[in-house]
Design a protein around this ligand. Structure first.
Ligand code: CA
Length: 228
């Protein structure tokens, strides 16, 4: 499993991070204090990337970073810093962090950083096997199939293309025009309504309750979003 440690004392930020990493196919371990994070790193040598919040009660994120680095040079470390703390970047990198993300960050930005670092730390690329895992979904880009909870979801090629676009952009609001152009092509001579019709049909196939969609959500007056 692709293990990522998330150290963040604020429960709502932590769960936001964890949900998005899980959706991107990572296995997460959570810590709310630096001490707890160090214990988890010791107990789980297969953790490949650690996200460390800086401001914590007890030992701070920099100290956690320094202690992890003292006997582990392989693990990838991303600091979660606040916008107001300009010096965090320098300090974090000085203590051995590989990257930093400034709060507030979008799910897409966060997972992109984790993916990049995961690859750099020697992990197999996310797309290596052609599989995109976002629980409960698994998209196989080789044979163009979708599974939900291990059950095959039968899709048309157009529906597949829409889902692929969503799963490539988790948490990102996509405009109807953007979807139309990506899936139907620049030359498509028709109405943007075709997007809505396909989304409606897709919801019947992928949502637990199509009347109250949670995977494909509507961004009013704009388009759609996969997740949040
Ligand atoms: Ca904090």
């Amino acid at each position: 499993m692709r293990k990522v440690l998330v150290l963040e004392d604020e429960a709502n930020i932590r769960s936001f991070v964890v949900i998005n990493l899980k959706r991107a196919g990572y296995d997460t371990l959570e810590a709310s204090s630096g001490e707890q994070a160090l214990e988890l790193v010791r107990a789980n040598p297969d953790i490949r990337v650690a996200l460390l919040d800086v401001m914590l009660p007890g030992i701070d994120g920099f100290e956690v970073c320094r202690r992890i680095r003292a006997d582990n040079s392989k693990i990838g470390i991303i600091m979660l810093t606040a916008r107001t703390q300009e010096m965090d970047k320098v300090t974090g990198l000085m203590t051995g962090a590989d990257d930093y993300v400034t709060k507030p960050f979008s799910p897409a930005e966060l997972t992109a950083r984790v993916d990049a670092l995961y690859r750099r730390t020697g992990g197999e690329p996310v797309m290596d096997d052609g599989i995109i895992r976002q629980e409960p979904f698994m998209l196989n880009t080789r044979n163009r199939t979708l599974e939900k909870n291990g059950q095959r979801v039968k899709l048309t090629q157009v529906e597949y293309a829409v889902i692929k676009m969503f799963m490539d952009n988790p948490g990102k609001a996509l405009s109807r025009d953007e979807i139309l152009e990506a899936v139907w092509g620049r030359d498509y001579f028709g109405e943007v309504k075709i997007v809505d019709v396909n989304i409606r049909r897709l919801r019947l196939k992928v949502e637990d309750d199509p009347q109250n969609p949670t995977y494909i959500t509507t961004v009013w007056g704009y388009g759609y979003k996969w997740g949040f």
